[in-house]
Design a binder for this molecule. Structure first.
Ligand code: RFL
Ligand code: PHB
Length: 389
């Protein structure tokens, strides 16, 4: 088989890239290790930047997002009983849109199917060959049969645990990593959200986030130990702990119910450089991970897709390699800014195991500075709604 771009990974990065390439007349094949149901069963991101929404529009898949997504003009931030609002609309003129990653992925799969786009599920043993030449190919097996696809380019959209990043030789790549000494225990429940905007809360007992998917579907997280097991957390224990971490006025409004999903996510900051090796380009979690506090993971994956799309269009439409040559540098510039923001917001909002009295005072002072200083709020809002591409 032959195609122009082989895309490894059928998560949001791979599907968005595939659909955008299709809109611009470039063929691709997506290879996904799991089944579609498995990919759609992963509960992840919920907050989209305008840049993401614009890419969904360009891809021709923004109908349901516009109908069912909710624009949020601000967010609440609390420290114990102290609470204030960051007004994104007043500070930046832009909102964010709450629309789950599951729905984004569902819309993209529907569009790929409607366009007869090729997505191969259940692939095993994916291996990238000759990426440092102009004629790369990918081998894989499906149902025990070995297959080969020849292509002009390979897009590595296969997440943090994929094969693409590892294909780049160790002497070519540099990895930067920070592991946080805690995780997030998240639940989904069919209850109305406690507030119509998100609440990022911190307290003596640690971080909590009140988020949502729609009017009757809430997403809540609490900071937990990475040694915790989600099965040991009863729903009651989760709700009790959440109540201890959010301001009293919201404790009174909180509607609880059975969880329909419960899982623990680690917090990690990670970047690999460069994001390109010959004809192989890394996009999204394959190249970088942020702690979820700033809601930047999926959004940064989307900016990578944007830069790569422009590079590939430049190649096919203008016979120019300038765009693909500049891809890694342009993507990494924005990636590091998202890393900085995610690290800063995570550091502000979590309790650390060996935090000294000095560290706590600094955290409290940082919080007060953000609450009282318009410039600090503007910087926060600009990063949260998304820096320009
Ligand atoms: P994904 O989603 O991991 O998809 C990669 C796909 O590649 C497949 N794969 C392979 N396929 C073929 N061969 C192989 N060898 C393969 N190895 C892997 C996998 O099965 C999978 O389908 O990466 P992608 O597409 O780059 O998307 C990244 C996002 O999923 C991620 O950044 C976000 O979910 C992060 N994130 C958030 N991002 C936001 O922008 N806003 C948020 O509000 C937000 N909240 C979150 C989050 C991530 C979380 N978790 C669970 C880490 C909240 C949480 C709790
Ligand atoms: C979510 O709704 O899952 C969510 C929202 C904001 C974040 C992280 C996760 O910062």
């Amino acid at each position: 088989m032959r195609t122009q771009v082989v895309i490894i990974g059928g998560g949001p990065s791979g599907l968005l890239l595939s659909q955008l390439l299709h809109v611009h007349g470039i063929d691709s094949v997506v290879l996904e290790r799991k089944t579609k149901d498995y990919v759609l069963g992963r509960i992840r991101a919920g907050v989209l930047e305008q840049g993401f929404v614009q890419l969904m529009e360009e891809a021709g898949v923004a109908g349901r997002l516009h109908a069912e997504g909710h624009c949020h003009d601000g967010t609440l931030v609390s420290y114990g009983e102290e609470i204030f609002r960051i007004d994104f609309a007043a500070l930046t003129g832009k909102p964010v849109v709450v629309y789950g990653q599951t729905e984004v992925t569902r819309d993209l799969y529907a569009a790929r199917e409607a366009a007869d786009g090729e997505v191969v599920f259940n692939v095993d043993d994916v291996s990238i060959h000759d990426a440092d030449t102009n004629a790369p190919h990918v081998t894989y097996s499906v149902d025990g049969q070995s297959q080969r696809i020849d292509a002009d380019f390979v897009a590595g959209c296969d997440g943090f645990h994929g094969v693409s990043r590892k294909t780049i030789p160790l002497d070519v790549r540099t990895e930067y990593e920070k592991i946080y000494p805690f995780g997030w225990l998240g639940i989904l429940s069919e209850t109305p959200p406690v507030n119509d905007e998100l609440i990022y809360a911190t307290s003596e007992r640690g971080f909590a986030l009140c988020s949502m998917r729609n009017e009757n579907l809430s997403r809540y997280y609490i900071q937990c130990s990475m040694s915790d097991n989600p099965h040991d957390w009863t729903d009651e224990a989760f709700w009790d702990e959440l109540r201890r971490r959010i301001p009293r006025e919201f404790v009174e409004k909180l509607v609880t119910g059975p969880s329909i999903e419960k899982s623990i996510a680690p917090l990690r900051s990670f970047v690999t450089e460069p994001m390109r090796w010959g004809r192989l380009f890394l996009c999204g979690d394959a190249a970088h991970i942020v702690p979820p506090t700033g809601a930047k993971g999926l959004n940064t994956a989307a900016s990578d897709v944007h830069y790569l799309l422009h590079g590939l269009r430049d190649f096919y439409e203008n016979d120019s390699e300038a765009g693909i040559d500049g891809y890694s540098e342009r993507a990494l510039d924005r990636v590091w800014r998202a890393q900085r923001f995610s690290w800063w917001f995570s550091s502000l909002m979590h309790r650390y195991p060996e935090q000294s009295e000095f560290d706590l005072k600094i955290q409290q002072t940082e919080f007060n500075f953000l609450r009282n200083n318009q410039s600090a709020q503007k910087a926060m809002a600009e990063n949260y709604v998304g820096l320009p591409y």
